[in-house]
Design a protein around this ligand. Structure first.
Ligand code: GAR
Length: 214
């Protein structure tokens, strides 16, 4: 059975969705860069080993990345899952985990990398918004797309209502992507292309219908 390490910085609802999905893998550890991340309590309550590698205690990005990699590699995971991990990781770190480092971002990339994605989607007048699970490359919130989930932007949406609609899809898309990986059906090939074996057509595209179209 494959093993994964999950990195979080806060609430940890994507991590929780993975626990609930009962994935066929061992969750070797949950690691946070913040000691007060709420998700750490949730992980402990599930009997999962946790660790904190505090970025504030490291003099440079390179030293932080090295300490984080050392903590991860103690578990020799097959996959490292960034689940709301809000630190930019350096190029050496990303290359070290090439093909086995996954992230979820709350937008339909390449639109809106970075922060405040829901606010920016509303300001831009987007009619659809969503989330993206991707393999991580050195560029921020970028890399080969594994699965995207699209939701409508509805009249009267606030940042919060839109975020909640996207988050519900994140909780479906991310466990699905990790499941593909740990089942050996998903990989990144040498040319940087995603290889996915799923017989369902359009398996990497999740569309949330309009409420009146349900
Ligand atoms: C999620 O919406 C995730 O997509 C986002 O942070 C949130 C974490 O929530 N990640 C990023 O913005 C990464 N650039 P969670 O802690 O409840 O999973």
């Amino acid at each position: 059975m494959k093993s994964i390490v999950i990195l979080i910085s806060g609430r940890g609802s994507n991590m929780e969705a993975m626990l609930a999905a009962q994935l066929p893998c061992r969750i070797a550890a949950v690691i946070s860069n913040k000691a007060d991340a709420k998700g750490l309590e949730t992980a402990r309550a599930h009997g999962i080993s946790t660790a904190v590698v505090a970025h504030a205690e490291h003099a440079s990005r390179e030293l932080f990345d090295a300490a984080l990699a050392a903590e991860i590699d103690r578990h020799a995971p097959d996959l490292v899952v960034l689940a709301g991990f809000m630190r930019i990781l350096g190029e050496d770190f990303v290359r070290h985990y090439q093909g086995r480092l996954m992230n979820i971002h709350p937008s339909l990339l390449p639109a809106f990398p970075g922060l405040h994605t829901h606010r920016r989607a509303l300001e831009a007048g987007c009619r659809v918004h969503g989330c993206t699970v991707h393999f991580v490359t050195p560029a921020l919130d970028n890399g080969p797309v594994i699965v995207q989930a699209a939701v409508p932007v509805l009249p009267g949406d606030s940042e919060d209502t839109l975020a909640a609609r996207v988050l519900a899809q994140e909780h479906i898309a991310y466990p699905q992507a990790v499941r593909w990986f740990v089942e050996g059906r998903l990989s990144l090939d040498a040319d940087g292309h995603v290889r996915l074996q799923d017989e369902r057509p359009g398996a990497g595209a999740l569309l949330s219908p309009l409420p009146d179209a349900r």
